[in-house]
Design a binder for this molecule. Structure first.
Ligand code: CU
Length: 341
């Protein structure tokens, strides 16, 4: 990842395809809109599950306090929504990872700007992907006037655990053996941790088993929040850094195709969060580990730092809502949709 690129440049640079967002003004399942005929457009921002209308005839916006910033549009979160696919390097390869800690003023919701601390300019930081047994050589450059560092979850030698502060404008190299296969968070571990994490210093690492995973459409969803009201309280709660994004721009996936979602909870100041899917159940692999699911659910609870891979197939074309089942979190920006097409 380049140094000094804006969020938008970083997102554009990646150029991952997969999401197509359509406009229009229709309701959820093709019910006639009072203003005219509805089309079978299940990716439409602003549409709702069925034709509930306000007294003035406008469709209700489904429970979220925060909309995405006006300057962010369809496709702008692709870099965070769709993980980079596994590459062809054999397990045991050495991988160089460049991480720069940068201070950025970022807009995380409509009219909500945050003085963020970032890894490589974005919140969350880049998705790191490796195979079990790879050696990650993580070069951390602290380009700020505050101490920071980077700590990975999973297995590694204790001397590279990342809890020691890297001083202002200092740098260091961590050598992390990628593993075990699963999905693991990384985050700053400099006190006070709650502030360093909630101001943006967190991200996701995907570790593939040596033989890879079965084919699926892969999606990454990292839950976090920003203390926009007062320290210690999440005024805004986000999937992948932007409030209301997946509410306005549903994640487009194929009906009847296997979907694999990498979930990570990095939400400070909340004892518990969760991922709840409407309309279908999913297999749960806690921490993304193991080759058989631990359970079948439609809601998986995630304490801070916990994560899971969930896999499901959406049986028919339509819109499937997802959100934390702690609804005060969903309403602060964490409501979203999958659009199966
Ligand atoms: Cu920090």
């Amino acid at each position: 990842m380049g140094k000094g690129l804006s969020r938008r440049e970083l997102l554009k640079k990646a150029g991952f395809g997969g999401a197509v967002f359509l406009g229009g003004s229709v309701l959820g399942h093709g019910v006639q809109h009072r203003a005219g005929a509805a089309e079978e457009d299940y990716t439409n921002p602003g549409s709702i599950g069925h034709s509930v209308l306000h007294r003035d005839g406008a469709p209700t916006l489904y429970g979220h306090i925060h909309a995405p910033p006006a300057g962010i549009g369809p496709g702008d979160l692709d870099l965070h929504t769709f993980p980079p696919p596994p590459d062809d390097l054999p397990a045991g390869s050495e991988r160089d990872v460049e991480i720069n800690v940068e201070e950025r003023l970022i807009e995380v919701g409509s009219g909500a700007q945050v003085e963020a601390w970032t890894y490589n300019g974005t919140v969350p930081g880049p998705i790191i992907r490796a195979k079990e047994g790879d050696l990650l050589r993580v070069h951390l450059v602290n380009g700020t006037g505050n101490p920071h560092n980077i700590h990975f979850h999973g297995s590694h030698r204790p001397e590279h655990d990342g809890w020691e502060p890297v001083p202002p404008f200092g740098e260091t190299i961590y050598e992390i053996e990628a593993g075990p296969a699963g999905v693991h968070p990384y985050h700053c571990h400099t006190p006070p941790l709650s502030e360093h994490i909630s101001r943006g210093l967190h991200g996701m690492m995907i570790v593939d088993p040596p033989g890879g995973r079965p084919p699926a459409t892969e999606v990454a969803l990292l839950l976090s929040g920003f203390s926009t009201e007062q320290i210690g309280r999440n005024g805004i709660v986000v999937w992948n850094g932007v409030a209301g994004f997946y509410h306005n721009y549903p994640i487009k996936v194929g009906a009847k195709e296997r979907i694999r979602v990498y979930l990570v909870n990095m939400l400070e100041y909340e004892p518990l969060a969760s991922f709840h899917l409407h309309g279908e159940t999913f297999d749960v692999y806690p921490a993304g580990m193991g080759d058989r699911p631990a359970s079948r659910e439609d809601t998986v609870a995630l304490a801070m730092g916990q994560r899971a891979i969930v896999e499901f197939t959406l049986p028919s074309v339509g819109r499937y809502m997802f959100h934390p089942h702690q609804h005060w979190l969903a309403e602060r920006g964490a409501m979203g949709w999958f659009a199966a097409v």
